[in-house]
Design a protein around this ligand. Sequence first.
Ligand SMILES: [Zn+2]
Length: 314
Amino acid sequence: METIDRGSAGSARVAIVGGIHGDEPAGVRIVRRLADELDPVGDGGEGTDGDGTTDGSGTTDGEVDSEGLVRLIIANEPAIAAETRYTDADLNRAFPGDADSDEYERALAARLAAELEGFDAVLALHTSHSAPPPFAIFSDLTESVRRTVTGLPVDHVVDASGLRSTTLDSTVPNTVSIEVGRQGSEEAVEFGYEACLAFLRVHGAIADEPPTFSETTVVAGREEVPKGGGEPHVHYANFEAIPEGAVFAEDDVYTHRVEEPGVVPILASERGYDDIFGMYGHVTGVVKPPGEGENRVYPIEGADERDEAHDADE
Ligand SMILES: [Zn+2]
């Protein structure tokens, strides 16, 4: 594990973690780029506000608080070197970890969790075999998590609280994971970098431009969709509504017909995973930006009425 601390324009302690999976180079490249561009510790706020002599736009909005910190972490170095997802165990299934474990990732999970202890906001970078759009994942909707998910440039966030309890976002408070794009693509690096800047802005760590927030649709993750064998077919894209009675995916073993309304795929992929086509999710509502109502998931009002009106018009 490599930890690189950088200065912050604000008072929050925030962290960005790349390289949790060794075969996802985007996160590592994004963290390195941020390490190059952010100011050293103790030099933070001044630099990010501009030096006041070159571009003239450097408006200093507020006091610089030296308590703030941006911690950049490259997590699983042996797996990154080997270009493999993990060496002994999947790190993102190994939390909270065990410092005494003989399994490399289980011991690393404990060290990584310790590096993130007490942080105000954490963003974990991932890529996938699935098609766009990028999306975020949370397990516990703290005020910090609300700020992150409504501040990231994503339309959807997956509520993973009903899924595994061994991931980084389910064990380290105030953590959001983000799937920034297709594994190995340049688009994933570019999008992920911009997403990190948005994350740093909404938590006050950089002051290059004002943060922006938007309502984010919450999809509760429910169950994995198993894959059997033979030629795989996936018929619906991520977050695309699967009509009641339609087949989401099939192969020689399975025909996965969806028998209820409101189901959408998450991480849908024909060949990305050996044993699953992806996951089923259910749209539960929206999270509103900070300052707009309470910190909870608001059901999407009038969705049923709109459907009925639409049917009547046909
Ligand atoms: Zn990953």
